[in-house]
Write a new protein. Structure first.
Length: 250
């Protein structure tokens, strides 16, 4: 999809779009989705609209292809653009695009079973929880993990989700899957983050592939990717004290 956008010459439009109404539009979403889907299928059969929703701007809809890439499209499917939709309310500016993504991320992460993540709990009272999509061969992932005691001491529980950047069936995948399949998941992951080897053990039905796919759908394109329980994404490494301040607990 990104290649298509680049080829089309639309580029990325990031600007201020003032919403004139927050009421639901009369257009039938199913009909609009069918029309838009037909337009993109004619362009490329591989472009399948997974979801389409109305926006506060009449005749403009948000659509995605299930790969974390969101576009805005007209009801007839003939015009589209990418970027963030902003709303001005009084003297405040709200990023509508990010708010929608945050809600979707929060819902998706709420379905993750605790046993499918590798959890490093807070020391003492838990003040906040973050999900971290991680890779074992990522320098900043290693740095974040080396400061785990600092996050936990500040009351932050870290729930790791797997995101082997090299892809499924890569060496990175086999390493991180072996941690998820270990009897002591915490110890195994800690060894890998310290560049120590662990026995290869890629068990059946491990959640790594599913988490990698989920990360892509949620817009993760690098590691570490920190996501709060309300779905806000903080890309990249952040020191313990800075993260605690960002979360409002320090």
């Amino acid at each position: 999809m990104k290649a298509l956008i680049k080829q089309s010459g639309y580029g990325v439009f990031a600007g201020l779009l003032m919403a004139v109404s927050s009421t639901a539009f009369a257009a039938d979403l199913a009909a609009v989705k069918a029309t838009v889907s037909k337009q993109f299928a004619a362009l490329n059969r591989g472009l399948v609209i997974q979801d389409l929703k109305a926006t506060p701007i009449e005749n403009i809809y948000s659509a995605n292809f299930g790969d974390g890439q969101q576009i805005y499209v007209t009801a007839d499917g003939k015009h589209f653009f990418t970027g963030d939709m902003m709303e001005i309310t009084g003297n405040k500016m709200v990023n509508i695009t990010e708010a929608a993504k945050s809600g979707e991320r929060a819902k998706a992460l709420a379905t993750i079973k605790p046993k499918d993540s590798i959890v490093f709990p807070a020391t003492g009272a838990k003040k906040a929880t973050v999900y971290v999509f991680t890779d074992v061969d990522c320098g900043y992932c290693m740095k974040l993990h080396s400061e785990m005691a600092g996050y936990n001491k500040l009351g932050i529980e870290v729930r790791y989700l797997a995101f082997p950047r090299a892809g499924i069936n890569s060496e990175s995948y086999r390493k991180i899957a072996s941690a998820w399949c270990a009897d002591d998941k915490q110890a195994a992951l800690t060894k890998l983050k310290a560049r120590q080897a662990i026995p290869e053990n890629v068990c059946k039905d491990n959640p790594v592939a599913a988490q990698y796919e989920l990360g892509q759908k949620l817009g993760v394109n690098g590691t570490p990717a920190i996501i709060t329980t309300d779905g806000r994404m903080i890309p990249g490494y952040m020191p313990p004290a800075d993260l605690a301040k960002d979360l409002g607990i320090l």
